[in-house]
Design a protein around this ligand. Structure first.
Ligand code: FMN
Length: 177
């Protein structure tokens, strides 16, 4: 393998095309980062289900087993995730586009007429997900207009292989293995 070294020249120091971000530019630039798509779900104190589509899922730690998600403070389901001690994450696959859009629609009746599986402690999860993580909420950290939610994975199931759903430039795509 050849490693090419690159000497820093003065004109490299301040690239001329770097601009201060506006919210619109930020959203466009963020959309260029391809990501997987998940649906996070939880139950509120009354036992009612809540959930949202997310691309901010991060496999965080193996020992202890942990995942991370970011939730917008303005989401309707925000309160439920802030008070609940548990949440589940379903990793979506091609064919889940409709349920992904429903869970991305603010205030939609997300659980109506959809067949869900349930984890051992009753959290609804998406049928046919590539992987499912059952988590105990372990931290809530400020992150600008989002809250960074961490969870310890207490249960999981998954299927080896299969196509993945990827979100890139504002649309769902299919990644074939
Ligand atoms: C592909 C995709 C990824 C998203 N990722 C996130 C995310 O990581 N965090 C978040 O708070 N909202 C994310 N959203 C937006 C939420 O799904 C959306 O705001 C949802 O309607 C919130 O539900 P609620 O306000 O009805 O509770 C994403 C939407 C899409 C389409």
């Amino acid at each position: 393998m050849t490693i090419h070294s690159h000497a820093m020249r003065d004109e490299d120091a301040v690239p001329t095309n770097i601009e201060r971000p506006t919210p619109d530019m930020l959203k466009r630039a963020f959309s260029l980062f391809p990501s997987g798509v998940v649906i996070a779900t939880t139950l509120d104190a009354e036992g009612d289900p809540h959930g949202f589509t997310a691309s901010t899922f991060v496999p965080l730690s193996v020992d202890p087993p942990m995942v991370l998600m970011c939730l917008n403070r303005s989401a309707r389901c925000f309160e439920a995730f802030m008070t609940s001690q548990r949440f589940a994450v379903s990793v979506l696959r091609p064919g889940h586009e409709e349920v992904a859009m429903r869970f991305a629609t603010r205030g939609a009746d997300k659980f109506k007429d959809v067949v869900f599986d349930r984890t051992g402690d009753g959290l609804p999860v998406i049928e046919g997900a590539l992987a499912t993580f059952e988590c105990r909420t372990s931290g809530r950290h400020p992150g600008g207009d989002h809250v960074i939610l961490t969870g310890v994975v207490e249960g999981l199931c998954f299927e080896d292989g299969g196509a993945a759903m990827v979100h890139f430039v504002r649309s769902f795509r299919e990644l074939q293995v």
